[in-house]
Design a protein around this ligand. Structure first.
Ligand SMILES: [Zn+2]
Length: 161
């Protein structure tokens, strides 16, 4: 029987292709690890639908586990849909340290993003005086903001739920 704790440990070393500082475990992409006699089944849920990174993530998971001699299958689970709530606190801290404003809880909904987005905290100086520059940052999952205090542009990882 394969030790699932070991599998989780290996999965923690697989990083998100778009945000290399985040592991797929930090992101909340890995939903379940199920061990059977001779292999392990990893359930993953894509972040943003149609994110082309998912194929790459699947291949990386398979490769990382095979490298340790663990036979595996990766299953894509589309329901329930991934939300930014699944991102771990550790993941959010890492995002911020990387210069990307983490998704903010509570009252910012997807509607707000297309209406009056404000109060996104600058990851550089923590100012809330920021403005939206573009709905789409370096990838569709992010929006581009600029801080009015330190004048630095930054990506905001959009909330999704
Ligand atoms: Zn700032």
């Amino acid at each position: 029987m394969i030790n699932t704790a070991e599998v989780w440990g290996i999965l923690e070393t697989v990083s998100d292709p778009e945000i290399p500082v985040l592991s797929i475990v930090d992101l909340g992409v890995v939903r379940e690890v199920i061990a059977t006699e001779d292999k392990v089944m990893v359930h993953i849920t894509p972040t943003y639908s149609g994110c082309p990174a998912m194929n790459m993530i699947e291949m990386e998971i398979r490769g990382a586990l095979l490298e340790k001699g663990i036979n595996n299958d990766v299953k894509l689970v589309l329901s329930p849909a991934w939300t930014t709530d699944w991102m771990s606190e550790k993941g959010k801290q890492k995002l911020k340290a990387y210069g990307i404003a983490p998704p903010q809880d509570d009252d910012i909904s997807i509607d707000t993003l297309f209406g009056k987005p404000d109060q996104i905290e600058c990851p550089h100086c923590n100012s809330k005086k920021t403005e939206l520059i573009s709905q789409f940052g370096s990838t569709a999952c992010k929006a581009l903001y600029r801080c009015k205090d330190c004048l630095e542009p930054f990506d905001y990882f959009k909330c999704l739920r």
